[in-house]
Design a protein around this ligand. Structure first.
Ligand code: HEC
Ligand code: HEC
Length: 297
């Protein structure tokens, strides 16, 4: 029978330990190299899948929200809105023209979020690029805006070399209406269907005022401020500034029918968006509430 000395036992144990370590080491190394080679590609795959989904979501949103002005293939609609599938929109020339210094992604994102309150060429395109971000009175979330940007960027390849901003200036279609003393300029020459419109609600109806306040807090306060003074968080970057709805002198220049009109149609060339797509009842309620802020009947 072979007996091992203590020394031999220790030596044997040491060999076993070393073997175990190296086996574990090889396994760990395998795992590690698996990690190194496989994780990035898995990550890339995930990223691609994510981008693919974003583009799909963007395409769905585009067909629902943008086609009526920019056409289904991004070719624009004559005298409504410009083409988007254009080289200069993606290679930075258009952004530079508008003094934008950030990336193209950020430029598109910014355009979608806040719209273009000031039309580049009102003589060429009658529509106004609306603000889409909820923060600016729109209906879309940040991730929906991102999806739209991903979708638009897909047009980068194969975008045509077009300059849609050249054109022959045409005279404004509506002649300047006659000034009316004591009445805001936007109200001059108010016509159908707005002229003479009357509120279906009493201006002191508390229930309506409370409902209107909710709409206001949700949709208007970002620009007009929590108390209506025109000092909301978004106001800092706006020019002209949102109106001070608590100022009785200003509100007196907005007769009820015209007040309804500006909420419904927005104010051209400013950040004030049109709200008519939300319906008359929405407009009347928020009107009744905001009028209560100034106390002007
Ligand atoms: C009511 C019509 C209308 C709708 C709806 C609309 N747009 Fe626009 N859009 C315009 C107009 C008009 C312009 C030109 C703005 C200007 O004068 O600079 C514009 C400009 C743009 C621009 C900047 C183009 C440039 O060269 O500066 C982008 C990008 C854009 N729109 C994307 C969209 C997307 C995406 C949607 C849908 C979520 C959309 N638009 C919906 C009317 C519209
Ligand atoms: C994205 C910012 C923004 C949002 C959101 C907004 N407004 Fe305005 N609003 C403005 C600006 C800017 C003006 C100033 C327009 C001007 O100088 O004529 C304005 C003006 C007005 C005026 C006065 C019209 C005038 O000739 O100045 C009324 C009334 C008004 N807004 C009501 C509302 C109501 C009600 C809401 C919510 C349903 C709302 N606004 C949401 C920016 C905004």
């Amino acid at each position: 029978m072979i007996t091992m000395s203590t020394r031999q036992k220790l030596f044997f144990a040491l060999i076993c330990a070393l073997l175990t370590c190296s086996v574990l080491g090889v396994i760990a190394w395998g795992e590690f190299s698996d990690d190194a080679s496989e994780n990035p590609s898995a990550r890339q795959q995930r990223a691609r899948a994510y981008a693919g989904r974003a583009i799909e979501t963007g395409a769905e949103l585009y067909s629902r929200l943008c086609v009526r002005c920019h056409n289904a293939r991004g070719e624009g609609i004559a005298s409504v809105a410009p083409a988007l599938r254009r080289k200069d929109l993606f290679d930075g020339r258009r952004a530079r023209e508008l003094q934008w210094t950030g990336s193209i992604e950020a430029f598109l994102q910014n355009t979608l979020r806040a719209g273009r309150p000031i039309p580049s060429r009102a003589d060429l395109y009658s529509a106004r690029m609306p603000a889409w971000d909820r923060e600016f009175g729109g209906t879309l979330s940040a991730s929906q805006i991102e999806a739209l940007v991903a979708f638009l960027l897909n047009w980068r390849e194969g975008a045509a070399e077009l300059n849609v901003w050249v054109g022959v200036p045409v005279p404004a279609r509506t002649p300047t209406p006659a000034p009316q003393a004591g009445i805001a300029r936007v109200c001059w020459g108010l016509s159908a269907p707005y002229a003479g419109k009357q509120s279906p609600y009493q201006l002191n109806d508390r229930t309506i005022i409370a409902q209107g306040k909710q709409i206001y807090d949700d949709r208007c306060a970002a620009c007009h401020g929590a108390s209506g003074k025109g000092d909301g968080p978004a106001a800092a970057v706006l020019n002209p500034k949102p109106a001070n709805l608590t100022d009785p002198n200003f509100m007196r220049t907005l007769p009820i029918d015209c007040h309804f009109f500006v909420i419904a149609e927005g104010v051209r060339g400013t950040a004030m968006p049109p709200w008519k797509s939300l319906g008359e009842d929405f407009i009347w309620k928020v009107l009744v509430y905001t009028r209560s802020l100034s106390g002007v009947p």
